[in-house]
Design a protein around this ligand. Structure first.
Ligand code: AMP
Ligand code: GLY
Length: 422
């Protein structure tokens, strides 16, 4: 099976590593890929956001399966275009990807499916913003304000703050830019990222992971695309996965099928384990980044066969998933200025070591690896338990060099120290 991965981040590098170890995968390409994926997959120079270009690259490279990593191509219709070209594709249609692309659409689906989520209020325009903030604060007992851009924002569209002026500023900025704003009830409790592979009917959950969304240690600083992750979650309540499958994942997939917009691909449930029970914070329509970098190293089941079964509607016949013992930790090494204004073009060294997944890199003509994005590397390690994986990951971080880089030093620390209680 010839597999083409679309995207250029560490998630795609992790997908390539896992696919390469599947004996059923005979050839691997990544479009456009990065300096890391080039070492194990053909590099196809394709604009991933252009569905026509993606489909023609898949045809020319004679792909048997296309795996779409990021949300932007999915929302633009890349999976539809690939399927129209007669090629199996792991990734939802543009219609179904609205579960991620529009937070208000996701709320409608969750309401129809009876899936527990935060209450939310749409803000019509700037004139309503201030009253909406006050009304929600009154209803939710003055908890922190949660103000969201309704559309895709790469994890940076949400502000959670007790500072009313900052909440209003964010809402006004989104509205001024022509976007729509949702104000949400604040969800307390630890967050869980639970991925499920689905063909639109059968749903197979993966192991739960947790990512660190804030830039700085101690969950301080702005929200980012994700600064690190670990899996599994030693503190997760027993039965969590079965519970979320029954109350969130399966009902959502069933509701999408009922609407005639089946969701096939990776359904990512971002959950909060609140004092009032599990709530969905968000859905994503693709593998999470950086959680994929810790979930896939633990998966023993060959990935290519699994994704192909989901893409071809045969997941009901797929054997149960097998998992390795132990744990995995990934630490994102970010460029100076990330997330606001990342600096690019700096040389990166030590990035060819084991477990160093490339997130934002390019290979210069002279063979040097250069930073090319905000998140530059996702340095990953496994271990017999979380403490061992964490130690190994940070030892690997010490081996990479990028001028003025920053990374969190506390990824997985609270879990190792038993400080997370759902
Ligand atoms: P989203 O863009 O919806 O994924 O939100 C990004 C991050 O903001 C989430 O992972 C949470 O950490 C935080 N967040 C979003 N919605 C809420 C909420 N209703 N209550 C508390 N935190 C939230
Ligand atoms: N790790 C968050 C995301 O992939 O959206």
């Amino acid at each position: 099976m010839r597999v083409l991965v679309i995207g250029s981040g560490a998630r795609e590098h992790a997908l390539c590593v896992a696919l390469q170890s599947d004996p059923a995968v005979s050839a691997l390409a990544c479009a456009p890929g990065n300096a890391g994926t080039r070492t194990l997959a053909d590099a196809l120079p394709v604009d991933a956001a252009d569905p026509v270009a993606v489909a023609s690259a898949a045809r020319e490279w004679r792909a048997d399966l296309v795996v779409v990593g990021p949300e932007v191509p999915l929302v633009a219709g890349a999976a539809d275009a690939v399927r129209e070209a007669g090629i199996a594709c792991f990734g939802p249609s543009a219609q179904a990807a609205r579960l991620e692309g529009s937070k208000s659409f996701a709320k409608h689906v969750m309401t129809a499916a009876g899936v527990p989520t935060a209450r939310s209020w749409a803000v019509g325009g700037p004139a309503e913003l201030e009253t909406a903030l006050d009304e929600v604060a009154a209803l939710t007992g003055g908890a922190p304000y949660v103000v969201k851009d309704d559309g895709l924002a790469a994890g940076k569209g949400v502000v959670v703050t007790s500072d009313r002026a900052a909440a209003a500023d964010h809402g006004r900025r989104v509205l001024d830019a022509g976007g729509s704003v949702l104000i949400e009830e604040y969800l307390d409790g630890p967050e869980v990222s639970l991925f499920a592979v689905t063909d639109g009917a059968t749903v197979l959950p993966l192991v739960p992971a947790q990512d660190a969304k804030r830039r700085d240690d101690g969950d301080a600083g702005p929200n980012t695309g994700g600064m690190g992750a670990y899996a599994p979650l030693p503190w997760a309540p027993p039965g969590l996965v079965e519970d979320v499958l029954a109350t969130v994942l399966q009902p959502t997939v069933d509701e999408m099928a009922r609407r005639g917009e089946p969701f096939a691909g990776l359904l990512y449930a971002g959950l909060a384990l609140t004092s009032r029970g599990v709530r969905v914070v968000e859905f994503n329509a693709r593998f999470g980044d950086p959680e994929t970098q810790v979930v896939l190293p633990l998966l023993e089941t060959p990935l290519g066969g699994l994704l192909h079964a989901a893409a071809t509607g045969t997941l009901a016949d797929h054997p149960p998933l097998r998992w390795r013992d132990g744990a995995a930790v990934t630490v994102v090494v970010a460029a100076a200025g990330y997330p606001e204004a990342p600096r690019t073009g700096d040389p990166v060294t030590g990035a060819d070591a084991d477990g160093v997944l490339h997130a934002g890199t390019v290979l210069a003509a002279d063979g040097t690896v250069l930073s090319a994005g905000g998140r530059v590397l996702a340095v990953t390690a496994t271990g017999s338990d979380l403490a061992a994986a964490r130690q190994a990951a940070y030892e690997r971080v010490a081996g990479v060099r990028l001028a003025d880089a920053h990374w969190r030093t506390d990824i997985a620390l609270a879990a190792v120290e038993g400080r997370i209680t759902p």
